[in-house]
Write a protein that binds this ligand. Sequence first.
Ligand code: FE2
Length: 276
Amino acid sequence: MPNKKCNLLIDDKPFSFDVEGAFFWGEEEVLYSESKSPISKANWKDIGYAVVKAFTGEEFEELRKSVTQNILNAIRTNNIDFDEVTFSLSRYHEVVTTDEMHNKVINITRNLELEDFDFDINLLVERFGNILGCKLTSWVEELQKSHIQIRISRPESLDINPPHRDGYLSYWEDIINVWIPVEGSNEKSSLPVLPKSHLLPENEILRTESKGAKINGNIYYVPCILETKNGIMEMVRPNPKQGEALIFSPFLIHGAAVNENNNLTRVSLELRFPRV
Ligand SMILES: [Fe+2]
């Protein structure tokens, strides 16, 4: 596959990485459908994303504990030597010190089920449904399961997804994406988005097919978006705080959540709620 450079601006700061893939411009069509989208009633529907309150302090602590337990289990399962007493999520990179070890850990944390977490997902389903003025569910019919994934991004690493749209995959077309900061998330590490990009027609987007992009040796399931007709993508980090969530259209371009903190691992949680 040909090698390309993906150049971005994140909050006006240049960032680039190498990506292998076959890129093409799409047809003259807009995939985002306002009538089907869960964000159709929101006053931010044309921006494509919002930061909203998600948890009380107590609920957030429960969630953080549960995420920590899952990561601890994944480290233990891989027989990685560490001191549980001094362990903290933000210092994960001091325990999981190689790409090989990290890949083994995320192989576990990317395949978790709701039952692995000690918090009530329906609370969020209802809260976000009220915010959006529509009925949501956590059940993804096409996959016959719910989606919950821990994302771990080590400091100054390429633990990133390429810029992409989840909506290219049929089972994510009519959902609301939910991104929750858990640890080490700030203006240097939280998820970047490209405002208004859910409205872009396909002929203004240069991308790969699904499973068509390789970054740092890893193949990504979602198509990688290299640039738009407007040129280099100018992404921003909405930077939700603890207890908040970033919610957005699955057609909004997002990703490239590089962690530029030099001594802080970022941990976040990703959920997806279909519209009923
Ligand atoms: Fe995504």
